[in-house]
Design a protein around this ligand. Structure first.
Ligand SMILES: [Zn+2]
Ligand SMILES: [Zn+2]
Length: 198
């Protein structure tokens, strides 16, 4: 079992039951020490409930949504693939009109630069878990018929959880460091270096 930081949710060295001092996963010049340094760590990932609501206000750590299984990272030229990523996906309960969320495992995020030096980012959430007739988790709602079908119709986008976003931020920074370009626009020399490969 690897301890995870209570702030960045990435694996961290421990000092007793506290996270050893460590930098924020990216943009250290801006963020410095991770706020989880010196604080109690959180347990390794768990399976979240199929559905959770805006109430009773438990944190995503208490619900088991965070930390998530650590995604895999592979790289090919200027494309980094982050695989096995947990996403959350929000919809609305038809009865109480409040938000309800579910999770999707096994998503893929691809980030990188195309041949012209334009950056791209694509999100592909994993499959929806199949379920039917689950009670709405929101207090006071009597709806016992939530099903995964309502998420497949939901207009909202599935989004990666916080630790996956931190991995994504870290990989962007490493890509840019490797290319030595920190601006949106690339010079012809930058694009030539990009074309020359990794
Ligand atoms: Zn941290
Ligand atoms: Zn409801």
């Amino acid at each position: 079992m690897t301890a995870r930081c209570s702030s960045c949710f990435l694996p961290v060295d421990t000092d007793g039951d506290q996270a050893a001092a460590h930098d924020f996963p990216y943009a250290v010049e801006a963020y410095g020490n991770c706020p989880g340094s010196g604080k109690a760590t959180v347990a390794e990932h768990a399976t979240p409930p199929l559905v959770w609501g805006v109430e009773p206000g438990r944190s995503l750590v208490e619900l088991g949504v965070l930390p998530s299984p650590l995604p895999g990272v592979t790289q090919e030229k200027w494309t980094v693939s982050i695989t096995g990523a947990r996403f959350t996906h929000t919809a609305w309960c038809m009865w109480c009109r409040r938000a309800v969320s579910t999770f999707r495992e096994g998503g893929t995020i691809r980030i990188g630069f195309d041949r012209r030096g334009r950056s791209f980012e694509t999100y592909q959430a994993g499959p929806l878990p199949e379920f039917a007739d689950v009670p709405c988790p929101n207090t006071g709602c009597g709806n016992t018929r939530l099903s995964s079908r309502m998420w497949s119709r939901s207009d909202s986008r599935a989004l990666p959880v916080a630790d996956v976003q931190n991995v994504q931020g870290r990989e962007w920074e490493q890509l840019r460091r490797r290319l030595r370009v920190w601006t949106v626009d690339m010079t012809p020399a930058d694009v030539a270096r990009l074309a020359a490969g990794a």
